[in-house]
Design a protein around this ligand. Structure first.
Ligand SMILES: *Cc1c(COP(=O)(O)O)cnc(C)c1O
Length: 469
């Protein structure tokens, strides 16, 4: 049949609107949205006809209706939506880093839909500070004199250096000029803050005397950056925080430490080492410590600055603070996250990041075995096994810590694992997995309570749909 004839057979929008299924979709999504979907559907089919692709001249209207409903379903999906993380990377920056605790979610819910006292002191009726909601908590938890919260840790470093060292010199070890994911580079942030970088030492060794001999009358800060996403190992020397603090005291220069992740708990008994505690640095006399809210702390995205009152006060007066400020939703989630740290035992269960970091491998083995059974039932032609493996903290934290875990692996000679992974990623809900040695690998450590069945269902659908081609 001629394209012309086919085009003439395309239904008008009004005609499609009369169909029962379209009426039902309209009741759900609204008329104007569905009308747009119909136009899109007709446009797509017209293009197909003009390109000479087969459309079948019968039932063009039915085709338009089906296409309209498909488009409407696609449009209903939110762009930003939940993903099941079966990668075993606990803080996955591409997957939104830390998962919030139940209390943090509740806190957001409570303030989101009503007015609140974000900047009002309810006791006096005077204007309050948005930071006041967490300052006391941070004092108790870290021992600091004062605190400030900004948009993220990059902003915290920018504000700290921009306040204390603008137009002046900041001394930092060459071995700590790091780049964090998303191209946060210490030298670049420093340049943006207006501070002048003075590199000392070598990549592998920096001694106290290197800092001491670089001090001039222009030196404003001695900076230490935690090499959070890599380690220099072998023939190395790093100047300790205690040494740097002593030098700073002697010469009257503040010491700033960009800690990156910011651990408030000690998990050495769980085999997690190499991440200094915020409270330990404060105790050692570091003048300003900055860290992230959504890394190992397990809270919302934020940059937390704790330190001496005189320095934090200066930062609060810096106009940059206004540009970097956090909103009420972040504040509420951060307050809830920090409150949970007051109970240092329960927080290991209640904070999802800490819970995932500390779940014993033996418990994960049981969960992996359970999942294996379910998957075997769903996918008779696929080899399903439980294997030992390793999870990672991720998010530029604990780079050398491999956390023993159990993996569920899926393999079939006849099925491409890349295609299955693609189906999983594009499914509803989307699922992210690891692939290695021709297998789909699911690390149960990062599967949240209640997600197990969804994951089994998603895997079974993805394998079946690849199998069917
Ligand atoms: C992650 C990290 C940053 C950046 O923190 P964000 O919260 O992602 O802005 C800065 N410094 C160090 C050492 C880090 O590990």
């Amino acid at each position: 049949m001629q394209a012309k004839e086919l085009l003439r057979g395309l239904p008008a929008v009004d005609e499609v609107l009369q169909a029962d299924e379209i009426q039902a979709a309209m009741a759900k999504s609204g008329r104007s949205i569905i009308v747009n979907c119909i136009r899109e559907a007709i446009g797509e089919i017209r293009k197909q006809i003009l390109a000479g692709q087969p459309v079948g001249h019968d039932g063009l209207k039915a085709q338009v209706i089906a296409r309209t409903l498909f488009i409407a379903r696609q449009k209903e999906k939110y762009n930003l939506r939940p993903v099941l993380n079966a990668t075993g990377i606990i803080l996955h920056t591409n997957l939104g880093r830390a998962v919030l605790s139940a209390k943090a979610k509740e806190a957001i819910n409570r303030v989101a839909g009503s007015y609140n006292n974000l900047e009002l002191d309810l006791a006096t009726g005077e204007r309050g500070s948005r930071y006041s909601h967490v300052v006391d908590l941070l004092k108790v938890l870290t021992g600091c004199e004062d605190a400030l919260v900004v948009n993220n840790n990059a902003a915290a470093v920018l504000l700290t250096l921009g306040t204390l060292a603008k137009g002046k010199e900041v001394i930092v070890s060459r071995g700590q000029l790091v780049e964090i994911g998303g191209s946060f580079r210490v030298p670049e942030v420093m340049a943006a803050s207006g501070a002048q970088l003075v590199e000392v030492g070598t990549t592998n060794k920096t001694y106290l005397k290197d800092y001491a001999s670089a001090i001039t009358e222009n030196t404003a800060v001695l900076l230490k950056v935690h090499t959070s996403n890599y380690r220099v190992i072998g023939f190395t020397h790093e100047t300790s925080t205690a040494e740097l603090v002593a030098l700073g005291k002697e010469r009257g220069i503040p010491v700033v430490e960009d800690l990156g992740s910011g651990f408030l708990v000690n998990l050495e008994s769980y085999g997690i080492t190499g991440e200094p505690n915020v409270q330990e640095l404060v105790r050692q006399g570091v003048d300003v410590v900055t860290f992230s809210g959504d890394k190992l702390l397990g809270g919302p995205q934020a940059g937390i600055i704790v330190g001496r009152k005189e320095y934090v006060s200066l930062m609060k007066k810096n106009p940059l603070t206004r540009a970097l400020r956090v909103d009420k939703l972040t504040m509420s989630a951060l307050e809830a996250t920090l409150r949970e740290y007051l109970d240092s035992d329960r927080v290991l269960q209640d904070n999802p990041t800490l819970r995932m970091l500390t779940t014993p491998a033996e418990q994960l083995k049981k969960e992996a075995e359970k999942m294996k059974k379910l998957l075997q039932k769903e996918l008779p032609g696929v080899e399903v096994a439980v294997e030992q493996g390793y999870s990672q903290a991720g998010g530029g934290s604990l780079p050398t810590t491999d956390i023993p875990t159990y993996l569920v692996t899926l393999h079939s000679e006849a099925i491409s694992e890349d295609k299955v992974a693609e189906k999983l990623r594009q499914g509803e809900p989307a699922v992210l997995v690891r692939i290695a040695q021709g297998k789909i690998i699911l690390d149960v450590r990062t599967i949240l309570p209640g997600e197990e069945e969804l994951l089994v269902e998603a895997c079974s659908q993805a394998f079946k749909s690849v199998q069917e081609g």
